[in-house]
Design a protein around this ligand. Structure first.
Ligand code: FMN
Length: 298
């Protein structure tokens, strides 16, 4: 039993990380049904009606679920929809999240944020979150890439008094066992679910995920610059390496000033994933992934 399993009545100390753009309420609900806590991620342009619909999908299962928000993109309408849905857990990360913590907690929602350095974790504790996610740079999607999961987790566990969840590179029961042994209250897992049948990824993107090896990811801002997204510069993204990224890496300013270069990035021309993608080798259900991470079966 950990703080996470106690708080939400879970069988498995695992949170299915919010995966904006590649999964919606269907994956989150499936993870929750499997005894962990599933979350869906709200994209920058996520409409309030979309949030309500995904929340309804999750709530229909009768198990606790969560919603992931991006502070830099969060609108009043999105926040209202989240407050109305009253999920068990909300994460607000990437930007000025502290202003939302109290309002969400007042609504009876457990609030967490992702931290990529020990200083960010200390600031999160100060901001009044219920728990902090220590997210190492090997993780998929956006975040800092300055510190790896293991050194970050050890340091954050020493530094804060609130519960700590570990994220970045955890994809099997071995990783789960490691972070729990260190003192984490649970694992926050994204990439391990990217091969699941419940994602919204295309067959082509799923095939890229299943084919990719542990050295197949890159980290940077190329895809954000190409799409003119207002991500804070300190949060780059980890994605599968492709020709477009290789061509523009190190030339981000040039790309920002080049409409032709930006237009070369086709819709769906990138797949965010972490280093653990090398362990994602077959198409499975979310329940199978949760099960394999909790029991040691593969
Ligand atoms: C495709 C993808 C989309 C993501 N979208 C979000 C998101 O919307 N909100 C968020 O807080 N984190 C997001 N993340 C980051 C995860 O919350 C988490 O930090 C990461 O997946 C953990 O590392 P792992 O991928 O190695 O498990 C995303 C990650 C991936 C791979």
């Amino acid at each position: 039993m950990t703080w996470l399993t106690d708080r939400f009545g879970l069988d498995v100390p695992l949170v299915g990380a919010p995966l904006a753009g590649v999964a919606d309420g269907r994956l989150a609900a499936a993870i929750s049904q499997a005894g962990a806590l599933g979350m869906f991620g709200v994209p920058a342009t996520g409409a309030a009606s979309w949030i309500s619909a995904q929340a309804a999908t999750c709530a229909a299962g009768g198990r606790p679920y969560g919603i992931g928000l991006m502070a830099w993109a969060l609108t009043g309408e999105q926040l209202e929809a989240v407050l109305a849905a009253r999920p068990a857990l909300v994460s607000v990360s990437y930007g000025s999240y502290a202003t939302y913590v109290e309002e969400l907690r007042q609504a009876g929602i457990t609030v967490v944020t992702q931290a990529g350095t020990t200083d960010e974790a200390l600031a999160a504790e100060q901001a009044g979150v219920d728990a902090v996610v220590a997210r190492g740079g090997e993780g998929g999607g956006h975040g800092r890439a300055e510190v790896g999961t293991l050194p970050l987790l050890q340091s954050v566990l020493d530094a804060v008094r609130i519960p700590v969840l570990a994220a970045g590179g955890i994809a099997t029961w071995r990783g789960m066992a490691a972070v729990l042994a260190a003192g984490a209250a649970g694992a926050w897992v994204g990439t391990a679910f990217l091969g699941c049948v419940e994602t919204t990824l295309s067959d082509a993107a799923t095939a890229q995920v299943l084919d990719a090896g542990e050295t197949g990811t890159v980290y940077g801002r190329v895809f954000d610059v190409a799409q003119q997204l207002a991500w804070p510069a300190e949060y780059g993204g980890r994605a599968l390496r492709n020709d477009y990224f290789t061509r523009w890496q190190g030339r981000e300013d040039e790309l920002a000033a080049s409409p032709e270069g930006r237009a070369e990035l086709k819709p769906g021309g990138y797949v965010y994933a972490g280093q653990a993608v090398g362990m994602v080798r077959e198409r499975r259900t979310a329940a199978e992934v949760v099960q394999s991470m909790s029991t040691g079966s593969s």
